[in-house]
Write a protein that binds this ligand. Structure first.
Ligand code: C2E
Ligand code: MG
Ligand code: MG
Length: 450
């Protein structure tokens, strides 16, 4: 009896030890190492100088939250488990892998296997059981990659790889980002711009500049485009410094409406002061198309300032069209029924241009500056292209305006091919409110401007 008791106690004790070991070292769901264990392993290997020639990859599974929402967290858990099992098979004895939280995994692998592992992580197919039976999920990953140095500590390795994967998560950024020192600098700058942006909005530092659109038939002001400027004291920050960042962050939608409201307020004030406004286009990010109430919001602001619809135009870039075609189409329809113009901006920089135009009932096409730049450079092919594109757009019954017209030669060429609406430095740069108001009062340009 005593021997039996001793044996049972020993078995219980060893199970207890095993469970404790697992809790301390392993991730409960996937059974791969947890962060703590990875840290101890990496510290030990670093001390022995065994991580020279190794890299750290931090991966992040794309769209796992969507899987959770669509099929339930039990399916998401199964996906994570099978993902970990599948990747564990690819890890060699001298390499390490851990789940470091949520859908993030860390891999410490030999430098020469970088390409192989990244290729694997591009798409990991895992089976899962759902209510509809077994299905295969293709889990794509973004990765942050850091090359380990012998003097590193585990914390620094983790931070660097995390920072890189965090960057890879942002839209319009490649899926794999390699850490370098500039990345840290960039992150600080981005953070600081986003903090300043919030203050900037509160302090009303964002203003609309207006760039005239000219009809070359009579050389008269025929419209304008509102372009955002950020006034930081005496400094005027151009949009390219902050718009891509606000687009990544999602705040651009608020800024667009902030500027649009400014535009409507200015138009109302001009009307009330007896100054005749012109149709004013405002830029809207494609992110608006993901919001159901986009059209409603636009209409609401217009009616709040009681602006006649003939003075309003909405610009959306060509790329919005093929990324959110149905939403774009629905939006245009609402604007059409309200007699509000919609234009496609930066036309010709995307790839599905003409077919897109056929199906979207927009009023105006803004031909991108890159087309205009080639005019007058002796490149006949480019000039023929401009001519034919403009004619094709016209055949589809859309108005055309050429952006970025800077020289007399470009203007004369466009006139020759019967394209009269232009916007560009030849006539005017974007003007601050008061200067533009003078333009509205004196809409006639000299005949031979150059
Ligand atoms: P965009 O909508 O294509 O605006 C035209 C840009 O070309 C403006 O730059 C304008 O100043 C510039 N431009 C016009 N004529 C000429 C020319 O003859 N030569 C040259 N070199 N440039 C010319 P800007 O104001 O820096 O705006 C850049 C982009 O920022 C805009 O391109 C638009 O995509 C975006 N943007 C500006 N304001 C807003 C806004 O309120 N909301 C959103 N979402 N985007 C905006
Ligand atoms: Mg524009
Ligand atoms: Mg443009």
């Amino acid at each position: 009896l005593i021997i039996t008791i001793v044996i049972i106690s020993l078995i219980g004790y060893s199970r207890c030890i095993r469970i404790t070991y697992d809790i301390v070292n392993k991730d409960a769901l996937t059974q791969v190492y947890n962060t703590g264990r990875l840290g101890r392993e990496v510290t030990r290997l670093l001390k022995k100088g065994k991580l020279d020639g190794y890299i750290c990859i931090c991966s992040n599974i794309k769209g796992l939250s969507l899987v959770n929402r669509r099929h339930g967290t039990h399916v998401g858990d199964m996906a994570l488990k099978n993902f970990a099992a599948s990747m564990a098979k690819a890890i060699n004895k001298d390499e390490r892998m851990a789940r470091v939280g949520g859908d993030n995994f860390m891999f410490i692998v030999r430098k020469e296997r970088e390409e192989e592992i990244l290729k694997l992580l591009e798409k990991v197919s895992v089976p899962v059981h759902t209510d509809d039976g077994v299905m295969v999920l293709n889990l794509e990953n973004r990765c942050g990659i850091y090359v380990i140095e012998s003097t590193d500590r585990f914390g620094a390795i983790l931070d660097a790889a995390y920072l890189a994967v965090h960057r890879a998560k942002q839209p319009s950024v490649p899926d794999n980002i390699w850490y370098d020192k500039n990345l840290l600098q960039q992150v600080f700058e981005r953070k600081s711009i986003l903090t300043q942006y919030k203050k900037g909005i509160a302090n009303r530092e964002f203003v609309a500049y207006y760039q005239p659109k000219v009809d070359m038939k009579d050389n008269k002001l025929n419209g304008c485009e509102a372009l955002v400027r950020w006034k930081q004291g005496e400094q005027l920050v151009p949009p390219f410094k902050f718009i891509p960042l606000l687009e990544d962050d999602g705040s651009i939608t608020d800024l667009d409406f902030y500027i649009f409201e400014n535009v409507c307020r200015d138009i109302r004030e001009w009307i009330d002061a007896g100054v005749t406004p012109v149709r004013t286009s405002s830029n809207f990010s494609k992110l608006h198309l993901q919001k159901r109430d986009f059209a409603e919001h636009v209409l609401d602001i217009i009616s709040r300032y009681n602006v006649p619809h003939q003075y309003i135009e909405v610009e959306l870039t060509e790329s919005s069209g093929y990324e959110n075609f149905q939403a774009f189409k629905d939006f245009v329809e609402v604007m059409n029924t309200n007699d509000i113009y919609v234009s496609i901006d930066d036309f010709g920089t995307g790839y599905s241009s003409l077919s897109l135009l056929k199906d979207l009932n927009v009023n105006v096409v803004k031909l991108d500056k890159s087309f205009i730049d080639g005019i007058g450079s002796g490149d006949v092919t480019n000039e023929n292209l401009v001519k034919n594109v403009i004619h094709m757009i016209r055949d589809l019954n859309r108005d055309v305006i050429c952006e970025g017209v800077e020289t007399r030669i470009q203007a004369d060429f466009l006139k020759e091919i019967d394209c009269y609406m232009v916007q560009g430095y030849l006539y005017d740069k974007p003007l601050p409110h008061d200067e533009f108001e003078e333009r509205l009062k004196h809409p006639q340009y000299e005949n031979n401007i150059s």
